[in-house]
Write a protein that binds this ligand. Sequence first.
Ligand SMILES: *Cc1c(COP(=O)(O)O)cnc(C)c1O
Length: 368
Amino acid sequence: MGGDEKKYVNEAFDTNWVAPLGPNVNGFEADISTFLTNQDEIYAAALTSGTAALHLALKMFGIGSGDVVMVQSFTFCGTTNPVSYQGAELVFIDSETDTWNMCPNALQEALEAYKHKSVKAIMPVHLYGMPAKMDEIKQIADEYNAPVVEDAAEALGSQYKNQCCGTFGEMAALSFNGNKIITTSGGGALVSKNKYYIDQARFLATQARDNAPHYQHSQIGYNYRMSNIVAGIGRGQMEALDVRVAQRRANNQRYREFFAGVDGVTFQTEPNADYFSNYWLTAILIEPSLTGGVSREDVRLALDAENIESRPLWKPMHMQPVYEGTKFFGSGVCEILFEQGLCLPSGSNLTEEEFERIFSALSMIFKN
Ligand SMILES: *Cc1c(COP(=O)(O)O)cnc(C)c1O
């Protein structure tokens, strides 16, 4: 926590705003808008989760059975589940090696193959905070008239060409789940330049109540609105966001210094000055043929033996049992990332002693 979270939460109790609306919800939405707005004003709807935000985005595009949504395969199920909730067909797109995110060439190939179908949305993800190649992706999406819905759940505070992640798609989702760079315990937001979408999202997120003195409904809604207590945590966290980004980037730098002399270990890295990652998690690839046989799993288990948690990268969605048989376009870059990749301990509050402990465990396995 940053400091002022309790102040905002206490305010909610003191004023009896214990409800899925209130001053903290409005204030948190305004804070998000201010943070993201560059040239065009950005609007935000605070919701119960990032998954809920993506679900509402698809709902507003009228996506349902018979429609196709193209999604980066290398991601968390929070990206793909909403497509399945809506009964649409998923088509998975490979990653490219620069950012590890959606490969524009594989996307082009998929769109060409599906040009006689109804491709209703394209969903790139900025994994571990690294911006995807948004210019290329948007240009291809425009060519085929498919709107981009951006999954920026891991990338609050990241930028591409000096513009915040979350402001490139028609709509974008943010997440404030417990593990994200800032958290409200659980929560998310839908953001867009288009105010209509955000007004509509707030309407759908509060059970789609028509404007009437009684309860009147002309559409099916959801109970997805963020509570005023949770939003109080969010307001305090927004004040700490810049510090969190600096801490995560400092972690990343420390790991780079540690691995500088080690063969066969490479990092997810900003390809050039157009990319600014919040480095939410520091992720590395371990190539056993260059490390003298040390594999990703060897490193994970060695850390685990010292009671240090690390984790393989996301298992691609086209490899998940639940999506068996789903179409995949690409050469399998994300399969190699999964096989060789590891997320290192990356908390904003890692102490010097903890780094010493991590480095000493890593030194034992990378002896030379
Ligand atoms: C966390 C996450 C989500 C979902 O967010 P929730 O708030 O946990 O529902 C979606 N996509 C990605 C890539 C995420 O990391």
